[in-house]
Design a protein around this ligand. Structure first.
Ligand SMILES: Nc1ncnc2c1ncn2[C@@H]1O[C@H](COP(=O)(O)OP(=O)(O)OP(=O)(O)O)[C@@H](O)[C@H]1O
Length: 228
């Protein structure tokens, strides 16, 4: 049986570091599962997200051991655009993924890059903006929006590619309580559509939507027992 996400004996070390940040990590995430990852600041949660999404080793350098399989295929044999049609990641800091002059252009960028037809792009932009409640911001410059709105636009730009796997790296951190509730409801909707969600969270109040919670500590991934 192939899993949407499967990690086998993953280890990782940044070139400038002498010790491994991630050590012998094994994980299988099922279709339609919401898996949360918790851990203290700096323990390597974002780095693990980079490994799952192929950013490591395709963009960020380091010594990687083991393998990450997306729908049964190793990230090392896929291109980033092949990964992007299956897996979307919303980064902790939305600034790093916003670069277009308008919100509309930002959300259209992914489908445009994959050469979708104009009307299909338009439909994806409409639907994605609606899902995150940002229709009013369509013609604004994303860089002029609040931190929470930027997170929502970054999420909409990921949703526009309709990925079956989504990674949320503390993607609710800049949102107000209403925004957090909207994203939690959206994650539940995405799960009910059969999508696989991996969410890195520091806010314990957001863990109630997870089917399973894992703790990253000392480079290892273990079952979370309720305290950090
Ligand atoms: N390019 C890099 N080169 C060397 N060390 C790095 C690099 N990027 C991150 N690190 C270090 O790796 C460690 C893990 O970083 P990472 O961002 O993955 O942790 P995190 O658990 O997501 O932290 P937080 O909860 O604060 O976001 C940190 O000590 C960080 O300083």
């Amino acid at each position: 049986m192939s899993f949407p996400v499967e990690i086998n004996n993953l280890g990782f070390r940044f070139p400038s570091n002498s010790s491994d940040l991630l050590q012998n990590i094994n994980l299988k995430v099922k279709e339609g599962e919401v898996l949360a990852i918790v851990g203290l600041s700096g323990c390597g949660k974002s780095t693990l997200c980079y490994c799952i999404s192929g950013i490591i080793p395709l963009i960020k350098q380091g010594v990687m051991e083991g393998e990450v399989l997306i729908n049964g295929r190793s990230t090392q044999e896929l291109s980033l655009s092949q990964i992007a049609t299956n897996l979307g990641i919303v980064f902790q800091n939305p600034e790093t993924q916003l670069f277009s002059p308008t919100v509309e252009d930002e959300i259209a960028f992914g489908p445009e890059n994959l050469c979708f037809a104009r009307d299909a792009i338009e439909k994806r932009v409409d639907e994605s903006l609606k899902k995150v409640g940002m229709e009013q911001q369509r013609y604004k410059n994303p860089h002029h929006l609040s931190g929470g709105q930027k997170q929502l636009i970054a999420l909409a730009s990921v949703l526009s590619l309709n990925p079956k796997i989504l990674i949320f790296d503390e993607a609710m951190s800049k949102l107000d309580p209403d925004g957090k509730k909207m994203i939690k409801d959206l994650i539940i909707d995405l799960k009910n559509e059969g999508r696989t969600i991996i969410m890195v969270e520091h806010d314990m109040a957001n863990l109630n939507i997870a089917d399973r919670v894992k703790l990253l500590d000392g480079g290892k991934l273990t079952d979370f027992t309720g305290s950090l």
